[in-house]
Design a protein around this ligand. Structure first.
Ligand SMILES: Nc1nc2c(ncn2[C@@H]2O[C@H](COP(=O)(O)OP(=O)(O)OP(=O)(O)O)[C@@H](O)[C@H]2O)c(=O)[nH]1
Length: 185
């Protein structure tokens, strides 16, 4: 059993699908406190901030702690979660017909071992259909997701090429996590 230190329904889904037993306790780390706009550094600092908050609160005596953060970068810009419909439209139009990378950092710490991993999945998308963009925004599914994208949903029909794990793009590189958890310390 592990503690998923996250509010993310997608991260919970990823662990469930991988048959990893967990309880979920999200934190309230303020990502706006992070100054850097370098996507990788931002992602690492956000993960570290989330980890420190929840490590202080729960420790790892009773079970290992797993936290994670994901950001998107396209055209060198850092894309976090869309603030509103206008922001979501901006992010989607930026990624339409473009290359996009999802960067996911995770920290897993038990009494015996610790993993700090940064994984990247890069997509080349076809141009998104304008009408489909509007439907997707209206559905609200674009919110709460880095870069307002959903690789297993809205983006799927537009994927021209992909390099990296889909799980990384969805918010938790479960393939690497499972290999690490299965390793004896
Ligand atoms: N379903 C889905 N979710 C995605 C995708 N890309 C990113 N996400 C989610 O976007 C969110 C990125 O925001 P974060 O700040 O890392 O995490 P959060 O949702 O705020 O949750 P915390 O772990 O509590 O910080 C995460 O919940 C990811 O799972 C995707 O393609 N599909």
């Amino acid at each position: 059993m592990i503690r998923l230190g996250s509010n993310s329904p997608t991260r919970a889904l990823i662990l469930n699908n991988a048959n990893i037993n967990f309880i979920q306790n999200g934190g309230s780390f303020d990502e706006d406190s992070i100054k850097t706009t370098n996507p990788k550094s931002f992602c690492y600092e956000a993960t570290k901030g989330k980890f420190n908050e929840l490590y202080k609160k729960y420790g790892i005596e009773d079970m290992p702690l797993l936290v994670s953060d994901s950001v998107v970068t396209s055209n060198g810009l850092l894309l976090r979660k869309a603030k509103d419909e206008k922001d979501a439209r901006r992010m989607l139009e930026l990624q339409s017909g473009n290359e996009t990378s999802v960067i996911t950092c995770m920290i897993y710490k038990s009494k015996h071992k610790e993993l700090i991993d940064i994984s990247i999945t890069t997509y080349l998308f076809e141009k998104f259909d304008e009408k489909h963009i509007e439907e997707y925004i209206k559905s609200g599914e674009c919110f709460g997701k880095a870069g307002a994208i959903m690789v297993e949903g809205f983006c799927k029909p537009y994927i021209k090429s992909v390099k990296g794990y889909e799980s990384t793009a969805m918010g938790l590189c479960v393939e690497k996590l499972k290999v690490f958890m299965d390793k004896t310390c």
